[in-house]
Ligand binder design. Sequence first.
Ligand SMILES: [Zn+2]
Ligand SMILES: [Zn+2]
Length: 146
Amino acid sequence: MSHTYLGGCEHVHVEAVADPIDNHVCHCNVCKSVTGQQATHVAFFRHADVRVDHPERLKRQPFNKDNPDGPLELCTCAECGAPIMLDDRQKRIRAEVPNLMGFDVAGFPQATYHAFWDETKGYPRPDDGRPVHSGLRPDFTWPSGA
Ligand SMILES: [Zn+2]
Ligand SMILES: [Zn+2]
């Protein structure tokens, strides 16, 4: 059964019309620097499953400022600066950070594993029972782009 998840800000509304295809707690350094959180809940949706009512109000910047030609762009609201989504220039996925991008966290599916954790993080390996991987889960496959 799939659900609809609503996010965004008062100027740009986001609707995810199907469940995430990947749902993880991210420990990567890019998420850390962008969100200021030690770990960030990130949900990947199929690109076509995330709808935005006012894409013209989005400001786009490289998600990884050290890799400006990378595929992921952080989209923020041009009016209020709220983070809205990560958009993939190759149109494979759109990613949402539920607690920062306006979603109802209580109604959002929990992350199923930890991604991008390794010994260099300087804090203990997560021990909440969910699998811990040094990248995305090994069985994740990127959808083909549009
Ligand atoms: Zn990350
Ligand atoms: Zn806004």
